[in-house]
Design a protein around this ligand. Structure first.
Ligand SMILES: NC(=O)c1ccc[n+]([C@@H]2O[C@H](COP(=O)([O-])OP(=O)(O)OC[C@H]3O[C@@H](n4cnc5c(N)ncnc54)[C@H](OP(=O)(O)O)[C@@H]3O)[C@@H](O)[C@H]2O)c1
Length: 237
């Protein structure tokens, strides 16, 4: 198993929801963390007096050079970079008959190009360490399309899952391993308006954080490409 101490992990959207739970868990586990948020002021301090192992930085996936600036600042602070957790994501409504593509374009930018730009900026570092890891928080909507209204989000998340596979192929010989975690409903702000399932019956963010922590310690010889996670029974997931 890989050690945690000394390894540097970047987490996008680390101020709330799943990203926050991942930050809390990886901090407990001893990693050095570079936390990204659109507004770094929303990144409250993590428990445990780990300030010397944690840096906060701006990251807005809709700003093309934001990823490169965050990666450069992380490299400057820690001198290395071992893993990226592509967590930041949005969901916009979608109608086939609407000619307004604004919401679709925004999901492409945040859910697909954001992860690509972060990995591209960090690729040399991930290769150099020999055990680079990228975990993409995709969705079960990256595996199946449950309704018409979720169609645009599902299109972006299928693309995010495809990016994960492309990265697996490109990075394998350099020791880079990439995983798509594909959850169903997780109890965060994103699902606050969901009526069908109470939040207490949804996947809890800490459970996703636990999976991330488990994946990060696996050696190069135990690659996990996809991890579907559900709180309800579906035919395949
Ligand atoms: N909740 C679910 O049921 C569920 C299920 C499957 C997959 N997911 C995926 O899990 C990830 C985290 O979702 P969540 O449930 O934790 O959602 P959330 O509570 O709504 O948090 C979304 C995070 O993404 C950040 N973000 C939004 N737009 C951004 C941008 N342009 N640039 C950078 N960061 C941006 C938000 O920052 P601000 O605070 O600045 O808005 C926030 O930190 C997403 O990729 C989502 O698609 C969620």
């Amino acid at each position: 198993m890989l050690v945690t101490e000394g390894r540097v992990v970047m987490i996008s959207g680390a101020n709330r929801g799943i990203g926050r739970a991942i930050a809390e868990r990886l901090c407990e586990d001893g990693y050095s963390l570079s936390l990204g948020a659109r507004d770094p002021a929303t990144l409250s301090a993590l428990d445990g007096g780990a300030e010397e192992r944690v840096m906060n930085h701006a990251f807005d996936a809709t700003v093309p050079d934001s990823a490169a600036r965050w990666v450069a600042a992380t490299r400057e602070r820690f001198g290395r970079l071992d893993a990226i957790i592509n967590n930041a994501g949005i969901i916009n409504s979608f109608e086939i008959e609407s000619d307004d593509e604004t919401g679709l374009d925004e999901m492409w930018e945040v859910n697909v190009k954001g992860p690509l730009r972060l990995v591209r900026a960090a690729y040399a570092d991930l290769k150099r360490c020999g055990t680079g890891r990228v975990i993409n928080i995709v969705s079960l909507s990256g595996k199946r399309v449950k309704s018409a209204g979720i169609g645009g989000y599902a299109m972006s998340k299928h693309a995010a899952a495809a990016f994960n596979h492309a990265l697996r192929h490109a990075g394998w010989k350099h020791g880079i391993r990439a995983t798509s975690i594909c959850p169903g409903y997780v109890a965060t702000d994103m699902t606050a308006t969901v009526q069908a399932i109470p939040a207490s019956d949804m996947i809890q963010p800490a459970a996703i954080a636990h999976l991330v922590a488990s994946l990060l310690v696996l050696p190069n010889t135990a690659s996990v490409s996809e991890l579907p996670v559900n709180c309800v029974l579906e035919s395949l997931y």
